[in-house]
Design a protein around this ligand. Structure first.
Ligand SMILES: [Zn+2]
Length: 73
């Protein structure tokens, strides 16, 4: 398995270096915005979004239900 080398800022989705001092945010500004969301109680999850490939894998695993309509004659 290959680990992603970059994160995506959960605020603006810009790519962030994994070892950035601001990670998972791209900047101190986005970190502040994130804190603001927590403070307003309007945030469910703060986990960073990894490579889009991971999201595609999740979508594929949800699409493995063959449609019975296609087998009908
Ligand atoms: Zn950002």
């Amino acid at each position: 398995m290959t680990q992603p080398r970059t994160l995506r800022c959960p605020i603006c989705r810009k790519q962030v270096a994994l070892h950035s001092p601001e990670a998972p945010f791209c900047s101190d500004r986005c970190r502040t915005i994130d804190l603001g969301k927590w403070a307003s109680g309007d945030y469910r999850i703060t986990s960073p979004i990894f490579d889009p490939g991971l999201l595609e894998d999740i979508e594929h695993s949800q699409q493995q239900h063959p449609t019975k309509e296609q087998n009908r004659k």
